[in-house]
Every structure is written in C-alpha cells, then in structure tokens.
Design a protein. Structure first.
Lengths: 503, 475
C-alpha cells in the first residue's frame, strides 16, 4: 500500500466511523459502541502495520549522520489552496509514529472503558471519534496550516465531551479548558503567520521553513509565543490550571485520551514547530522556560499531595509528569530531548491506565475520595493490583516505562553544564520523592486497611473491563523491560532536531 | 449592456411586485404571489450574476462602473436579499411568529429590493455624488423596515433611533465629502485620485476622510458609533435585523474599499493606524457586550459588532489581500448570520427569541442543534468551518504588513467570542430545560435554507478553492 495513502487512511477511519454511526438509531447503543470499537480496532491494526513499515523504511534509508533536517517517510502532498500555498502535506518520523501508536492504543482502550456510557451514546462516540481523527491529523501533518486545523479539531469536541458527560463542576471545567486551549492557539496562529511571511518564501511547508533563515529579532519574539501557545496544552506553568479541573470533570475515556494523548500534542508542537524551526530563539529563551517547567514539575507533585480526590491526584501528577516532558526539551541536550519524547509515550500509557482504573473504581464505589475507600484489595483484586502497578510506574520504578523516560530526562538535564540547569535538575529530581509520597498514600488508602460494609458486595472488573487494563499494563511492562527498539527509533528522530539546535 | 443586466432586472422586479398590488386594485394581505415573485426573481438575478464575465471592466455613460469586485459585492447583496425574503416568509404568515404577523408583504419586498439597488449603486459609483446617493438609497429604506411592526413600541423606537443616528451619519458624510471636494475641486474619483497622489499630506483630505470614516462607522457599527445597533437589532422585525446585519455592513465595507483603495489610495499609510485602533476597539467592545445578552437579537447585534472589527482589520492590508479576504469573509459571515436568524425564526414561532429558547434542542432536534453548533463555531472561527478560513485570510492580510501584535490581539478576541458562542451550544446541549418543551420544528423553506447555508459554511471552509473566483478576481 502507498505509504501516504495509509497515513490519510489512519485519520480518515475514525472520521468515517463517526459518519457511519450517524444514521444508526439513537437508542441502539450496542451497535454504536460496536461500530466505534470496530473502527478503532481497524485503526489500531493499521497503526501497528505502519510502525513495522516505518521500521523497515528507516532501516532501508537511515538518516545521514549530522543531518540537520528531519527525515520523514511516507510523504505525500496535494495543493489545498493555491493562493496561500497551503498544502495537504503529510509524512511521519519516529516521534509521530510512536505517538500515533500511543493514540491508537489509548483510544481503543478508551472505547472499551466507556462501554458503560448510556446517556446519548451516539453523540458521545461521534465526538470522540472526530477528536481522535484530529489527533492523528496533527501527527501526520507537515504543513503548518493543516497542522493547526487538525489541532483545533482535536481540541474543540472536548467542550461537549466534558460538558455533557462529565461529573462535578463540568460546565465550568469544560469552558475553562476550551477557552484556555483556544487562547493558546491564538498565539500559535500568529506565530504560524509570522513564519509564513518572515521566511520570505510564503510557505507553510515544515521542511522548507526548516531551511529558511529567520532573523534573530523575529526568532526572539516568535519562539516564546509559539512555545507558550503549545505549552498551554502541555500544561506549562502558569497556564496549567485548566488541566486539574478538566481532567477531574471529564468522563473516563475523555480523561484517558486527553491526559494520555492530547496533552502530548502540546509537547509535540513545542518540539516540532518551536524548537525545530526556531533554533536560535530556543537557545535564547530556554533558561526562562526551564524555570517555568521546573515549577511545573514540583508544583504538580506538591499539588497532588494536597488532593483527596483520586482524579485530582492523577490530574496534578499529570501536570508534574507533563512538565517533565518539557523539562527534557528545555534541557537542550540530546539525552534530554530524547527523554522528553520517551516521557510523552510513557506518561501517555501510564495516565491512561490511571484514569481508566479510576473510572472503573468510581463506577463501583461512587466516590473518588481516598479517605472514604479502603480494603478494596479484598473485593476487587484485579483492579487493585493494576492500580498498585501503575502507581509504581508513576514513581519511576525500574522495569516499568516511567523509569526509562525519567532517567533520560534527568541525565540529559544534568548534562547541560550551566549552573542554572544543574540547580533546576536537582530541584526537579526531588519531585520523585514527592511523587512517591502521594502515590503510595493513595495506594495505601485505596487497597489496604479495613473495608467498610457497603463495599463488601462490590465485584471485580468484568471481562470487557479487563481487556483495556491488560493491554495498557502489558505496554507499560513492554516499554520498561524492552525499551531498546523505542529508544533506537527516537534516537533517529531526535538527532536532526538536536543537530539543528546546536548549529 | 450585458453587465448592467442584474441592476436592470432588480429594478424591474421591484416595479413588478409593486405593480402587482396596484393591478389588483386592492391591497391583498394574504397573497403569497409577491413573495414567490421576489425569491424567484432574486434567484434568477443571482444566476445572471454568476454567468457574467468577471475579468472585464466597463465604464457606462454617467459614470457607472462595473468591475469584477463590484459584481462580487452584488452577489453578496442579492444573496442577502434572497435569504431575507425567504426568512420573512414565516413572519408574514399568521401564527408564524409569536411577536405578531407582519402585513403589507409587497411593500416590504419592494423596499428590500430597492434598498438592494441602492447598494448596487454604491459599488458601481465613480464619483462622490453617486456614491452618496447610493448609500442614502440603501439607508433610508432600512429606517422604514425597522418600524415594520407598526403597533409594536420597540419596533417604532428602533426605527426612530435608527433614523436619528442615520441622519447624523449622513450629515457627517456630507461634511467629509465636501472637504474632499473642496480639496480636489471635483467630485469624480479620477480627479480626486490625481490630486491625492500629488498632495498626500493635504490636511483637508485627511480631515475629510476621517469624517467619512465616522459616517460609515455608523453603518459598519464601528466603535464608538455602534451604540444604536443593539436597540435597532432588537426592535426591528427579525428578517430586517438579518438584512441590516449583513447587507448594511457589506455596503459600508464596500464603500470603504472603493474609497480607500481607489481615489484615496495615497492616504493608506496614514489611515492604517487609525483603522487598526478602530478594529481593536470595535472587536473588544462587541465581544465584551455580547457575553451578557439573553435576547438573541441583541446578542447578534454585539456579535456582529465584533465581526465588523475583524473585517476592518483587513483594511490595513494591501489592496489585493484586503479585497479578497473581505469579500470572502462577507460570504462566510452572511451564511453564518442567516443560519442563526433562521434558527431564531424557529424559536420565535412559539416563544420569545431568547437564548433559553434553545434549551433541549440537542435532544428534541439533534440535526438543528448540530447546525447551530456548526454555525456558532463558524462565527467563532473554528476550523474546518468557513469562519476559520475567512478569519485566517483577514488576519493574514494584516500579518502581511507586519502587524503581528494585532493578529494576536484579534485571535485572542476571537477566543473571547468563543465563550459566548459556546453559551449557545451549552444552552442547546447541556442545560436541561425546566419544563417539557415543544420541539422546534422547521417549515420547508427554513429547512432548505438552513441546509444550503450549512453546506456553504462547510464547503467554503474545507474547500476554499471552490471560491477561487472570489479570491482571484478581487486580487
């Protein structure tokens, strides 16, 4: 199969899934769910196929050593709008492929985890699939305009998904999340227009722009607005406030997808658009952003300690862990950037599993407050064990995915000889201790201790619930025990970006 | 004479509809014949417009100029008139609207058509006098139309207020034009352009254009001349509100385009900062104002004030990008506005045209709710809808001149606007209605119109190249 056609197919399948479920009878929830599951299963297979094809393509055409231009495979382009040289221009490198794989796994598990959605199921799955189509679109786009369009498509359905199917102060959270993210994209839009006109080549093509020389004055103002614009979605301090509220209010599958994949779009954009296209701007501003993300890492961890609601704990830990993604990037060393990318994948798997489990536990206990639970190990051993394992992954236990990523991030950051970097790294490493505190406290409150009477009748996970948990656990272990192939792929993609930064 | 055909047909159509009543000898209040004449005629004129050559420029005797740009504007005007006529259908039918039934249908239709002809004149003028006559011809009918609920105090208040404000605007316009005339010694564009190119620093010209800008500011609802809009939009019958919000804005911006990129092109660099400041203030005022509005017509007034801000922002760009982006945006804006007003007409059948009237829509009528959501997103500028493309072009026109700060400001403003457009979506989907509501139903005309408008919003967003004509001709 033609590579670029496969890429188009990957974002088109969820979109078609949404279209196909439109004419289905509104009350036939089972059929809607089955269509959605089938669509995403097909896509999961397609993405796995893509990964293998990519590995062999990479082996056939290895990037030249010292190359400053990212190498994309399966490229293809068509003119979309002649007047402004807008193209539908697609292609993938290792980072995009791995992120797509992550997306496919998370959404497949997400659909299974939302098998219990009964309220307006049709609208729910249609929106979910549209959102996923947008996410895939972002990862394959090599044209900044198309990139932006997909980016917005991935953000907007969130409003209704949280507002309609959420819990707690859902309307407030939905509005806050949407507005903050769209405000971020206002900056991105201006940055993109700046790149277009200031490059002097009137093009949105990522690869062309990477070869343009931008004046230092332009880089000086454009880099921070692009980095911050994407950073909002990556929950950069002080623009992270949408994240705890949003994640806590969202329904299970949406939390999984949002914390697991969507927040990574922010980091991905920072890397792909900000640092790749504006290397001098990155060098000028990075110590400033380093301070911000160090605050992220610590603030998120300390924030999580204070929380009593399981979802809020995980949401704050997401702020902390997503901070680590950006922390790796701001380190401006090879290992740091690599660690950041690995952390995107690791955190995506981990947090998806966290929210998945919390959703299932909440569905049984009808509370998410840690102090009201206890002794759940006795009635739901499967869920409890899974929760313990994912908690350990969160605090970076070797053998699980978190360790691989965090080790790279911190080694990379410490490798930068500037005193500020050393200092910030030491501070950020402390967050692991704090993480241990809140994770173990939550685990302890959840699974140990006496069980209250009204929980004694609760049941363990059903078969359909065990599937997503098992898949995600498997991936956590796989990445922890055999990180070799992932690291190798990421190496290949990070080299050009790093070389470009150091020019 | 081929290029004049649409103008001639339009006048004939107006005469035909007026003549129909005269011929019958008595005013027939229930006849729908004039209605059918009007929409069929407008469709025919639109088809004629589509088939004309867009790459020719012909100057007819008496200084009546037809260019590709003017033909595109005529398309906007004709489409707007067409949808107004179709929208008005329900308001003339007994029981079609809770506020009351409008009477004197052929009078209404004739006035709409003649008003549209005034707009045609504006885009074809080559001297200040014709320009002025055109703009008055398009303004005075609107005062009459706003008061068309003849027993409704709000409607009459709207009409009076609009007329007062319009009179001030006319005075300012004449004052400004007299300065231009005084400086150049002639009313023709040609002489004006020559003088302007030779003396771009002439203070009389600068003063004159500021007065003209203020006068047009009333039509375009530019801050600080926007005050009348919420009251007039709220008081006027809904089809008239829709017509004012689209056609009247379009003619205002056409007027500015004709002057600023025509005879006064040499003053452009002087006007750029003025335009940008006005744009920034206008979008901010509109967006802040819209947040608290419960009554949907007032809501749309503030929304359209904000939209005017985005539109005039493109006037800071060069001629080609300003023309193409503004005309493209007018189509986009017209489609979204009319879609909202058709939904309003559906709410208005049994209830007040208020935001809470949308409650329960997501369950009762999912298709209409989806249309509402798409329209709201288009107005807010969310891809892949047409509103995003339109705004992107407008922003690009300003960015091309290096006004990136303005682009950030405008894009943030459009985030603010997303807040209140999302309130509509929230009302339709999230808020549970207090009492059981009758589902909103559409009649056939409304259904077809909404279908067409939604299709336009999607198509122009996803495949902007289908409007290649607009983008190429104007450039």
């Amino acid at each position: 199969m033609n590579g670029s056609f496969l890429l188009t197919l990957i974002w088109a399948v969820p979109f078609l899934t949404a279209l196909v479920s439109l004419p289905v009878d509104r009350d036939d929830h089972r059929r809607i769910k089955k269509i959605s599951l089938a669509g995403n299963l097909i896509n999961l297979l397609l993405v796995i196929g893509l990964t293998f094809a990519f590995i062999s393509a990479e082996a056939e055409h290895p990037a030249a050593a010292g190359a400053k231009l990212s190498q994309f495979h399966f490229t293809g382009k068509t003119v979309w709008l002649q007047m402004l040289n807008i193209e539908y221009n697609i292609g993938v490198d290792a980072i995009s492929v791995l992120m797509m794989l992550l997306t496919a796994i998370v959404i497949f598990c997400g659909v299974l985890a939302s098998w219990g959605v009964e309220k307006q199921a049709k609208e729910f799955f249609v929106l979910l699939n549209v959102l996923v189509a947008g996410v895939y679109g972002v990862f394959i786009s090599l044209d900044l305009f198309t990139f932006f369009v997909f980016y917005e498509i991935a953000v907007l359905p969130m409003y209704l998904l949280i507002g309609l199917w959420g819990t707690g102060k859902k309307e407030y959270s939905a509005m806050k999340l949407t507005l903050m993210l769209v405000a971020g994209s206002a900056f991105i839009l201006a940055g993109i227009l700046g790149l277009y006109f200031e490059s002097g080549m009137n093009s949105f093509d990522l690869q062309k722009l990477a070869q343009a020389t931008f004046s230092p004055e332009f880089q000086y103002w454009a880099f921070p607005i692009i980095f911050l614009g994407f950073g909002v979605l990556g929950a950069i301090f002080p623009f992270h406030t949408w994240s705890p509220d949003g994640h806590a209010s969202a329904p299970t599958a949406v939390s999984m997808l949002h914390a697991g994949v969507l927040m990574k779009l922010g980091g991905y954009g920072c890397l792909r658009v900000g640092m790749y296209l504006l290397p001098e701007g990155a060098n000028m501003w990075m110590s400033f952003f380093l301070v911000l993300v160090t605050i992220n890492v610590l603030y998120g961890a300390f924030g999580a300690i204070k929380q009593t609601d399981l979802k809020y704990i995980t949401a704050y830990s997401s702020v902390s862990h997503c901070g680590m993604v950006l922390f790796g990037f701001t380190a401006l060393t090879f290992a740091g950037i690599k660690g950041g990318v690995l952390q995107m994948i690791s955190h995506g798997l981990m947090t998806a599993l966290f929210f998945c489990l919390i959703g299932m536990i909440y569905g049984r206990t009808h509370t998410r407050t840690v102090s009201e639970m206890g002794g759940l190990m006795k009635v739901m051993p499967f869920l409890s064990v899974a929760y313990v394992i994912v908690g350990l992954a969160g605090l970076g236990l070797p053998g699980l995915s978190g360790f691989v990523a965090e080790a790279n991030v911190f080694v990379g950051a410490f490798a930068n000889p500037a005193p500020l970097y050393r200092f910030c790294t030491v501070l950020a490493v402390l967050s692991i201790v704090v993480t241990a505190v809140y994770v173990l406290r939550a685990v302890n409150g959840l699974v140990n201790g006496p069980i209250s009477d009204h929980y004694k009748t609760l049941t363990d996970a059903s078969l359909i619930e065990k599937i997503p948990v098992t898949i995600l656990l498997f991936c956590l272990f796989a990445m922890g025990i055999l990180p070799g192939w992932i690291v190798e792929l990421v190496n290949g993609a990070v080299h050009p970006i790093y070389n470009n930064l150091m020019r | 004479m081929k290029l004049l055909l649409p103008d001639i047909l339009l006048v004939l159509l107006a005469a035909l509809i007026m003549g129909y009543d005269l011929y019958r000898g008595k005013v027939n209040l229930t006849s729908t014949v004039p209605f059918h004449f009007a929409w069929l005629g407008l469709c025919a004129i639109f088809v004629v417009l589509l088939r004309l050559p867009y790459d020719q420029t012909v100057l007819y005797p008496g200084g009546y100029l037809v260019t590709g740009t003017s033909l595109l504007f005529k398309q906007v005007f004709v489409l707007s008139a067409l949808f107004t006529v179709l929208l008005s259908g329900a308001y003339f039918t007994p029981g079609g609207n809770k506020r009351g039934t409008l009477r004197h249908r052929s009078e209404f239709l004739t006035i709409i058509l003649l008003c549209t002809f005034g707009m045609f004149t504006v885009v074809s003028a080559t001297d200040l006098l014709t320009l002025f006559i055109g703009i008055e011809l398009s303004a005075i009918p609107l005062y009459i139309l706003s008061g068309f609920y003849k027993e409704d105090a709000l409607s009459l208040e709207a009409s009076t207020k609009y007329m007062m404000m319009g009179a001030i605007s006319t005075a300012l316009m004449l004052f400004g034009l007299s300065f231009l005339y005084g400086a150049a010694g002639s009313v023709t564009f040609e002489a004006l352009a020559k003088f302007c190119a030779a003396n771009p620093n002439e203070p009389l010209l600068r003063l004159g254009i500021l007065f003209v800008l203020a006068a047009v500011g009333f039509k375009l609802t530019i801050f600080p001349f926007h005050m009348w809009a919420p009251d007039v939009y709220d008081g006027a019958p809904t089809p008239v509100t829709a017509f004012i919000s689209v056609s009247s804005k379009a003619v205002g911006i056409a007027f500015l385009l004709a002057l600023l990129y025509g005879p006064l092109a040499a003053l452009h660099s002087y006007l750029q900062p003025v335009v940008l400041i006005l744009a920034a203030a206008t979008m901010t005022v509109g967006n802040l104002g819209a947040m608290k509005q419960e009554r949907l017509r007032r809501f749309m007034a503030y929304s359209s004030i904000a939209q005017a801000g985005y539109i005039i922002m493109a006037l800071a760009g060069d001629a080609g990008s300003a023309r193409s982006s503004i005309i493209f945006y007018l189509f986009v804006y017209a489609a979204a506005n009319y879609a909202i007003f058709f939904i309003l007409a559906a709410i208005g059948r049994d209830g007040n045209e208020q935001r809470s009237g949308l409650q329960g829509l997501g369950k009762n009528n999912p298709v209409l709710a989806a249309v509402l959501m798409l329209t709201a997103f288009s107005l807010a500028g969310i891809p892949p809808l047409a509103g995003f493309m339109g705004k992107f072009f407008l922003f690009a026109a300003a960015a091309k001149q290096g006004y990136y700060a303005m682009v950030v400001f405008a894009a943030l403003n459009s985030t603010v606007s997303l807040y209140y457009y999302l309130l509509l979506v929230k009302e339709a989907y999230i808020i549970e209605p207090q009492a059981e509501r009758k589902p909103l139903m559409l009649d056939g005309v409304q259904f077809i119109c909404l279908f067409l408008l939604t299709a336009a919003m999607l198509l122009m967003g996803i495949l902007p190249s289908i409007s290649g004509g607009i983008l190429a001709v104007a450039g």
